[in-house]
Ligand binder design. Sequence first.
Ligand SMILES: Nc1ncnc2c1ncn2[C@@H]1O[C@H](COP(=O)(O)OP(=O)(O)OP(=O)(O)O)[C@@H](O)[C@H]1O
Ligand SMILES: [Mg+2]
Length: 396
Amino acid sequence: MIPSPPDVETVTELLRSVIDPELGADIVTLGMVPSVTVSDDGVVSVGVKLTIGGCPLRAQIKKDVETRVAVHPGVTKVKIDWGEMTSEERSNVMLKARWNARENAPNTEVPTTTRILAIASGKGGVGKSSVTVNLAAAIAAAGFTVGVLDADIWGFSVPRLLGIDDRLEAEAVEGHDKPMIIPRTLPMGRGMLKVVSTGFLVDEDTALMWRGLMLNKAVEQFLRDVHWGELDYLLIDMPPGTGDVQMGLARMLPRTDLLIITTPAIAAQKVAARAADMARRSFLRVCGVIENMSSFTCDHGVEYPLFGTGGGQALANEIGVELLGRVPLEPAVAAGGDTGRPVAIDGTGLAATEFRAIARKLIDEVAPPLNMAGCSARMLTMAAAALDAADHPKSA
Ligand SMILES: Nc1ncnc2c1ncn2[C@@H]1O[C@H](COP(=O)(O)OP(=O)(O)OP(=O)(O)O)[C@@H](O)[C@H]1O
Ligand SMILES: [Mg+2]
């Protein structure tokens, strides 16, 4: 007797064992299977929507779907109708993947109320580190405690950019059975920076803890063994070519948002594809694009688009996020890096102003602080301070 074909529910159950290895969940749960039909002669047609058409996992998903479904008696043939997700469907899938990852994420020392922003780019030398320290300084100056994690383990530049050459100390911390690394603190306006970089780890005992670590392991260690304490924001300066580190981050801190930095060169198309692909693979949310090294304005007020124009907007459009700002090419930015004093602190030029505007946009709209209770208390303090200042003008 010829076995009868399975019903649609049975096929759907079988498909639940097909896991998208990058997103870490099964394709049914992820909403990647829009249709299943079974004909009387045992031909099963499965609709599979990929997050992107050229998904490198297509062959593997095909094989998995075919082998899982074909094992059922009564199935004579498995057909796959490929489709591609709309950008809305894609972001829903990413959301589900993030939720799954969140449930399985290991413990870190980063408070759950911390807003985490990783500053990344498709290529090196575009100003990730400069943007990181300037945004960190501007956000801190607005009254927040901002962690800066230099995830560029071997090519660290944060210590120089912030003018810190201290060493990190490990200290006993209540509730921990081994000593914890204490970040360097730097008062900044009404707030404060807490900075960690391998550049500080010259102390022998501390350095010992790091010996032989792989790049992504080192970042994991930073997240576990650093006693961050209270933290409104954590800005992570990503190394160039961030594949590994990004995957590690996605596993440890799946709520991380990516800020992608690009230059205005329109050849950003290729970079855009790479950045978007990195985000997809690590299913981290991209919360915005910042164009750096935009046009240079000379002393006579003439604007020169030295590195082209439109790259930031093109990248933002490609990923479907907002272009948060365009930081001009300005010698003061590089000089601020050399003296260890980011221009965003008190610079008066266009770049400094733009850094502060981007920081404002992050705080107010794009990545507002998560600690609402602390925030309103802080707002009261700020309001009181403002009233105080109005009552006692400086000239008085
Ligand atoms: N807006 C700007 N105006 C002028 N100089 C800038 C600007 N942004 C960055 N720079 C300079 O460009 C160089 C590269 O910047 P930065 O080190 O921040 O890039 P990066 O993306 O972190 O590089 P890497 O990929 O090597 O980590 C530095 O010398 C920095 O001072
Ligand atoms: Mg850098």
